[in-house]
Every structure is written in structure tokens, then in C-alpha cells.
Design a protein around this ligand. Structure first.
Ligand SMILES: [Zn+2]
Length: 399
């Protein structure tokens, strides 16, 4: 048995590796890393935590990173908008509700800023939410200028010493994107809770992330499709005995293949994410998907690797993937894997915007269920018996 809480937990799985690799101010030798553990001096939101436990159907679906929610006196939890915790059964918010929460966070915390990054084909807004320390958020422009120099070393006359100085002063930007595929429904609420945790948690582990980098979050990439998905899910809740149709298109024009558009840039979502990634000079683009159990860090994929991808990047894919498997396995979370059949040649995937701009592309797959229901699913089902609605990305061919 598993429910949409699993998706929330998987979304947080990127932490172990990124602290090691991306946070120069927090980086330490491997044996001197800060272990994830809550700050005993910070109160826990007991009611929210009790619901996490209630909705998580087996203990191994959670980890010390997310099995509690730190309390805050003035920052609202996702419950303020959802009426329940992120990942609660039956709760699937429209994009505008997700944005409403992100803007509540921005109002309540100096650690959060919300940016409008464009509109969709149907005129819906897309956003990016930056979470970092107040000082880092105050100095975004200075930081962007440093990253821009590193991005184009001609501006520093290829001076290695100058580059080293800039690396020491600059903060990396880790850009996370959710729900490019509308039937893969868990990421927006997972990212609402992630933003809260990053803004509120005082544990040394989270503080290192907050002080040492800028986390940038686009909680809904395919906004038109998300709203259609919520429409049909709510119709389904109201008509549980009637046929529950899948989406025909997952956005205005395209179904699954909106994640083939990174070269052509024919869709507004690709254009807006590309401009955000390049404009912020981000180092990582990490796209969240749903299909297979339990957590597939599929960036490593399978050869042959695209010949125009820097070999350093393919090494980084493997390093980060292996680190994730090791760390999450240490948490006794089952089925975390990184080797699988995934095409690492095509540059059409959204995350390849990073791979083709000297950045790090990342992608997770985890179980999803096309709604917000607690369901029972086998760890493996032959593709023929998995419906489009419940499978999201197919495990063996499509991402
Ligand atoms: Zn997908």
C-alpha cells in the first residue's frame, strides 16, 4: 500500500547529494558532513506530523528528512491553503492554489521570494519560488553577476585565479521543476511542503542548504494541463462509479511529448523554463516525474550518452545517483535505484536544458497514481496492464 505521501518524500530525496556537491560554503570532507537530523530545540508541528504518520501507509516510505514537520509561529504550513497536509488523500490543488500558498510563504518569511516567469498558451501564470537565507535573497543580482562571469569565462579573460575567487563567492542555484506531465500529480504539493521546510527548518542540515545555495522551484510546469487534471479528478471524486477518463492532451496542444521540446522550444513551458534556467545562471535543473517504484534516479540512464554532453557531466550523473541510492538505502527506504533503461542521447527532455548549457540535468521517477488517492500497487506491473492515467511516464522507454 502506498499513497501520495510517497511522492512528497521522494521529492526530498535530492538533499543528500546536493549538499555535498553544490554548496561551496557548506561543503565539507565526506566524513565531516552534517547528518540530517531535526533540531531538538525547534518545536515540531505535532498535528501536521500526526497526519504525515496517518497518511503514510508504511514506515519505510518516509525518512528522518521528512517524518516530522518543524513548527513555526508565523509561517503557514500548506494546510493553510489545502485544508489538510501536502499529500493528503483526495486533495489535489489547482495551480492558483499552489501559487497562493507560495505567496503566503513569501509574505510570512524573508527566506522566500516568488517570481513570475511567464504565461502559458492559455494565459495562466508560471512561477519560480526562490528559497534561501534573507542575505542571499537580498544579493541575488550580485550573485547572478558572479555566476554570469563563470558562465562566460571570456569576461574574466580565462583567468583561473579569478574563477576560483568567483566560485568561492558565488552561490549555486538548484532549480527544481514539477508536473510537466499532468497525470503525474504529486509534485506541486510536495514542493509546497519542501518550500516550507527549507524556509522554516533550523536543523544544521537544512541551514547549510539555505545558507549555501539558492533553491529555485517551479511547482507546476504544465499549468494548463494541471488545471484540466484537477478538473477531471474532482469530477471523478464526485462521480466515483462513473468511468474516469484520462486526459487526451496533457496541456493545450501536446500530451506526453511536451518533454521532447527542449530543442524546438515550441511550447511556452519550455520557453519559460529555459529563460529561467539561463537567466538565473542555474547549475542544476531537476525535473520531477512519476511512473515506477519506488525512487528511480534515472538521470544516469543507459548508454550511449549523448556525444555532445560533457564527460564531466556523465560522471556527475553517476556520482549523484550512486550517492542518492546509498543515502536513501541507509534510511531503510526500499527500491531506490539509478541504473535503468533510459535514453541519455536525446537532448529533447526539459532537464537537458541544463545538460546543454554546462549544467547538471537531473530527473526522478517515483510512483504516482493520477490523482490523490491511497491505492495498492504491485512493485512491478507489465506495461500492458497499466493505464496511461496511472502510469505517467512508462518505465522502460519514455520519460
Ligand atoms: Zn513524466
Amino acid at each position: 500500500m502506498m499513497g501520495s505521501r510517497k511522492v512528497r518524500n521522494a521529492a526530498l530525496g535530492f538533499f543528500p547529494a546536493l549538499v555535498l556537491i553544490l554548496a561551496p560554503h557548506a561543503a565539507r570532507a565526506a566524513d565531516g558532513e552534517t547528518a540530517p537530523a531535526r533540531d531538538p530545540k525547534q518545536a515540531v508541528d505535532e498535528a501536521y506530523t500526526a497526519k504525515i504518520q496517518k497518511y503514510t501507509t508504511a514506515p519505510y516510505f518516509t525518512s528522518p528528512l521528512v517524518n516530522y514537520l518543524p513548527a513555526s509561529k508565523n509561517v503557514p504550513t500548506p494546510e493553510a491553503v489545502l485544508g489538510d497536509v501536502a499529500g493528503a488523500p483526495g486533495v489535489l490543488p489547482y495551480a492558483e492554489d499552489v501559487y497562493k500558498y507560495m505567496r503566503l510563504l513569501e509574505k510570512a518569511s524573508p527566506r522566500v521570494k516568488v517570481f513570475s516567469i511567464g504565461t502559458t498558451e492559455e494565459g495562466r501564470e508560471m512561477i519560480a519560488v526562490a528559497v534561501s537565507s534573507p542575505e542571499n535573497l537580498k544579493n541575488l543580482e550580485e550573485n547572478r553577476a558572479r555566476l554570469a562571469k563563470l558562465a562566460d569565462p571570456r569576461t574574466i579573460k580565462l583567468d583561473d585565479d579569478e574563477a576560483d575567487k568567483l566560485v568561492a563567492q558565488a552561490l549555486p542555484v538548484y532549480y527544481i521543476t514539477g508536473t510537466i506531465h499532468s497525470p503525474e500529480t504529486g509534485a506541486p504539493t510536495a514542493l509546497m511542503e519542501l518550500a516550507y521546510r527549507l524556509a522554516v527548518d533550523e536543523s544544521p542540515y537544512i541551514r547549510e542548504i539555505r545558507d549555501g545555495m539558492i533553491t529555485l522551484i517551479t511547482p507546476v510546469v504544465e499549468v494548463d494541463g494541471r488545471d484540466r487534471m484537477v478538473d477531471i479528478y474532482r469530477w471523478h471524486l464526485a462521480h466515483p462509479k462513473d468511468f474516469y477518463p484520462p486526459l487526451i492532451y496533457w496541456g493545450k496542444y501536446v500530451a506526453h511529448d511536451n518533454n521532447r521540446d527542449a530543442m524546438g522550444v515550441t511550447l511556452k513551458l519550455t520557453e519559460n523554463v529555459l529563460n529561467t534556467y539561463v537567466g538565473w545562471k542555474a547549475q542544476v535543473l531537476h525535473d520531477l516525474h512519476e511512473s515506477v517504484p519506488y525512487l528511480y534516479d534515472n538521470t544516469v540512464g543507459d548508454g550511449p550518452y549523448n556525444a555532445w554532453v560533457d564527460p564531466i557531466l556523465t560522471d556527475e550523473w553517476q556520482m549523484i545517483g550512486a550517492r542518492n541510492v546509498a543515502d536513501m538505502t541507509k534510511f531503510s527506504m526500499p527500491g531506490v535505484f539509478t541504473h535503468g533503461d533510459f535514453d541519455t542521447w536525446s537532448p529533447g527532455y526539459l532537464m537537458f536544458i541544463a545538460a546543454m548549457h554546462n549544467g547538471i540535468s537531473r530527473l526522478y521517477e517515483t510512483f504516482g497514481n493520477g490523482g490523490a488517492d491511497t491505492t495498492s500497487r504491485p512493485a512491478f506491473s507489465p506495461p500492458s496492464i497499466i493505464s496511461t492515467r496511472t502510469s505517467g511516464c512508462s518505465s522502460r522507454i519514455f520519460i
